[in-house]
Design a protein around this ligand. Structure first.
Ligand code: ZN
Length: 496
């Protein structure tokens, strides 16, 4: 095989052969090891979590462990014939499918054909389906049929970075494991293994910095490391790493400033939302943004200062342009808002909220909602109030009493949905409709997204034993003089 560069070498060096060599994911490893030890593996596993946290690696080790001829305390011995074949990628009873490239129902039918046959050399036929959320609807249905009555010799391991796109019917038939973001210390451990007997020379501090920049993903960490090695491979210093990483961060900061300048609220909110969804460190970003405002100030005071900053040409030009475009009062407001966001960011139960609040106050919605809209919404609600509870037998009190159940069930599907839903006020329940009111459009939109709406409604049906549709409103549309900011302060101050 042709090596595609340093990165592949780094990957090859970190190739854990058994559970204990896998860095991180301790609970998951323990549970799986116990299942192997007791010879009671589940027929379907669902591994979820962001990219690069070890889902496929653990899946392969599990496949090896259940087929190992001489397992030791739930661990594969890594030396028997079956283990050796798995490690060489030649084990016939391990079938790996990347759903990102095969989404057709025919492929799934092929797999089902495979499922019927007994394993050739192993005890179990193991099917690893990576990026399972990419399967087509028909393919999911075919898979579901198999999962309903799996042959005793079959084990499915489904892996996904987007659990909310996996049908609830599949989720409920699988044993689910949520892979955690990796701690910087864990990523550091892998780095140390990887460079252990190489010629790479790098400062301990520089290595730590890369581990932090990986933001919880080992794959990202190794890829950043690779990027740095392609610039320089001996005596890598903190300065080298900062130079390379800093550029990327500066680009993001400048992009947000552009959106603030353009007063594009939708895009600015999306920017923060995406940033948070990627699991990136918002505290560091807010700090970088503050540091950048200092640069703008310097250039505003004297454009000559631009020269001494050591920025790349593109960044330098952008900085110059933004320092001209930003009025002093505007810049001051950005600094004020970002300082506040940075101050409260540590105690905020919802990581992206402080930055989001700062952005919302810097880029306010241009037009207030028309009175007619408000009036229309209020009218609809008033009408609903009259026809309420008697028909459904489901009253507001019952819903509120069981709301914690709803929340914890939703959490099983999608953790981040809970953060949005937590902010909702339950206004009323009509025969088949639950009306929720949100303080911010961002959270309302999150719940309103089709895939999320399906999850919430599915859970409501599970909890209350009948279909319930959700109807969402913005607090300000119901009561336009509500002070959003004081509401936010309350939310931020709440200890969670
Ligand atoms: Zn073995």
């Amino acid at each position: 095989m042709i090596s595609s560069g340093v990165n592949e070498v780094l990957y090859r060096k970190y190739r854990p052969k058994n559970f204990s060599e896998v860095v991180g994911q301790k609970t998951i490893k323990t549970i799986l090891q116990n299942a192997v030890r007791l010879k009671k593996p589940a027929h379907a596993y669902l591994f979820t979590g962001m990219r690069g946290v070890g889902k496929t690696t653990v899946a392969r080790i599990l496949a090896k462990a259940v087929n190992c001829l001489a397992p030791i305390e739930g661990e594969p011995d890594t030396t028997c014939q079956n283990c050796a074949l798995v490690q060489e990628g030649r084990f016939l009873d391990l079938i790996e499918i990347d759903a990102a490239s095969y989404t057709g129902v025919d492929n799934i039918r092929d797999i089902i054909e495979h499922v019927k046959f007994f394993p050739s050399t192993g005890r179990y036929k193991v099917f690893i389906i990576d990026e399972v959320h990419m399967l087509s609807k028909a393919a999911f249905n075919a898979l579901l049929k198999t999962l309903e009555e799996p042959p005793s010799h079959a084990i499915f391991i489904l892996a996904t970075t987007e659990i909310h796109k996996v049908p609830a019917t599949i989720i409920s038939r699988s044993q689910r494991f949520d892979f955690k973001r990796m701690a910087a210390g864990e990523i550091l451990q892998v780095f140390e293994k990887v460079i252990a007997d190489s010629k790479i020379k790098i400062d301990e501090q520089a290595l730590k910095l890369i581990a932090q920049a990986a933001d919880g993903s080992l794959r990202d960490g190794l890829s950043i490391f690779d990027q740095i090695l392609s610039f320089t491979s001996e005596n890598i210093t903190v300065q080298d790493v900062e130079d390379i990483l800093g550029v990327a961060r500066l680009g993001m900061v400048q992009k947000l400033i552009d959106l603030i300048l353009a007063q594009d609220q939708t895009a600015a909110v999306k920017f923060v939302k995406d940033f948070a969804e990627q699991g990136r460190d918002l505290t560091q970003f807010t700090k970088a943004l503050l540091e950048y405002t200092r640069l703008i100030l310097l250039v505003k005071i004297d454009p000559q200062n631009l020269q001494g900053l050591g920025l790349a040409a593109e960044e330098s030009a952008k900085l110059n342009q933004q320092s001209i475009s930003l009025k002093a009062a505007q810049l001051l407001e950005i600094i004020k808002q970002m300082l506040e966001a940075y101050r409260i960011t540590k105690q905020s139960p919802v990581a992206e909220l402080p930055l989001l609040m700062a952005v919302l106050s810097l880029v306010p919605e241009r037009a207030a909602p028309e009175v007619s809209v408000v009036a229309a919404v209020q009218k609809v609600i008033a009408e609903q109030r009259q026809s309420v509870e008697a028909i459904s037998g489901l009253d507001l009190g019952t819903v509120m009493d069981r709301w914690t159940d709803v929340m914890s069930k939703i959490k099983e599907y999608n953790h981040s949905l809970v953060s949005s839903l937590r902010l909702a006020r339950i206004l009323q329940v009509e025969n088949a409709e639950l009306v929720l009111v949100f303080p911010y459009g961002f959270h309302k939109d999150t719940i309103d997204a089709r895939k999320n709406r399906i999850i919430v409604e599915q859970v409501l049906e599970e909890v209350f034993g009948r279909p319930l549709r959700i109807k969402l409103y913005l607090e300000k549309d119901l009561n336009s003089d509500k002070d959003l900011l004081s509401e936010a302060v309350k939310i931020l101050g709440k200890n969670d």
